[in-house]
Design a protein around this ligand. Structure first.
Ligand code: ZN
Ligand code: ZN
Length: 138
């Protein structure tokens, strides 16, 4: 599968582990994405490569060995990984929203719900609209 940032300068190519898809509501994921939570899938080290735009990839290390990668041109959040010392399984976590193709991943859990943003509560009951219009979706 492929993932792409907003400016399309970076293209990731990977084969995801089929049984993992999770929201994460930790404070770091919130800051990394500028949103209430991040949604992740993951791929093994040998099944992940940066196909295009390596020169645009920027990285921020939140704590020793915890690396967060984003596009230095458009700022899109792309992927996260731990050093070998912290994650011997060597997975790369990829932001689900960046996938290019249609897919049928559905998150199976809310990790770090203990730090979720309270303004997320009740989101399902809010009015749903087409774009920024007043046209309601039932
Ligand atoms: Zn970009
Ligand atoms: Zn997180």
């Amino acid at each position: 599968m492929q993932a792409q940032c907003l400016c399309k300068g970076i293209v990731l190519d990977f084969t995801p582990v089929p049984d993992f898809c999770s929201h994460c509501h930790c404070k770091t994921c919130q800051k990394f994405t500028g949103s209430a939570f991040a949604t992740w899938i993951k791929a093994k080290k040998d099944d992940f490569q940066i196909l295009q735009g390596t020169d645009r990839v920027s990285m921020f290390e939140t704590s020793p060995g915890s690396k967060w990668f984003f596009c230095g041109t458009c700022g899109s959040s792309l992927f996260q990984r731990y050093d070998l010392t912290r994650d011997p399984s060597e997975h790369t976590y990829i932001c689900l929203a960046m996938l290019v193709e249609e897919h049928d991943f559905h998150p199976t859990k809310n990790a770090y719900w203990d730090t979720h943003q309270p303004w997320l509560d009740g989101i399902e009951s809010l009015g749903k609209f087409v774009g920024h219009t007043n046209q309601k979706i039932q």
